[in-house]
Design a protein. Structure first.
Length: 151
């Protein structure tokens, strides 16, 4: 499948001020929820690699021995509760830009998940809000998954 670059032709960019605010608040790696999850995993004795750039999507956490990758998806940028969020965006500033941007992110996430699964990886995605709300239950899920033999 050829890789396509998103096109925002005909869409107005966000205002300069909004772009600066969102760029500063949008870390690509080492977000607070990633740090929270990684610290909890490390405390449980699980060892991993982070942000492995040779894998599709550059997973946030990688357990290579069992071919398990973990993504910590930000609620806004990755489209949590998308129908509800899209409705809210529709009445905000520059809705066509933001809807297109997040839908492009969601499509990219799906492509990366498919590519990883085709390579034999198990892909687990957790929402930022899930990690913040109950990191211990996510750690337990990952402890069990990381103990499973690679297939």
């Amino acid at each position: 499948m050829p890789r396509t670059t998103p096109s925002y032709v005909g869409l107005r960019p966000a205002s300069d001020a909004a772009s600066r605010i969102h760029s500063r608040s949008s870390n690509k790696s080492d977000t607070k929820c990633e740090q929270l999850l990684r610290a909890a995993l490390w405390a449980r004795g699980l060892r991993y690699r982070k942000n492995v750039s040779t894998l599709p999507g550059k997973p946030d956490i990688v357990f290579a021995k069992v071919r398990l990758v973990v993504f910590c998806d930000g609620d806004f940028w990755h489209g949590k509760d998308w129908e509800q969020r899209r409705t809210k965006l529709a009445v905000g500033t520059n809705p066509s830009y933001w809807v297109k941007k997040i839908e492009t992110n969601m499509a990219r996430d799906a492509r990366n998940t498919r590519a990883l699964e085709e390579q034999g990886w198990v892909v687990l995605r957790f929402w930022e809000s899930e990690i913040r709300q109950d990191v211990s239950s996510i750690v337990e899920t990952l402890v069990i998954a990381s103990e499973a033999p690679a297939t």
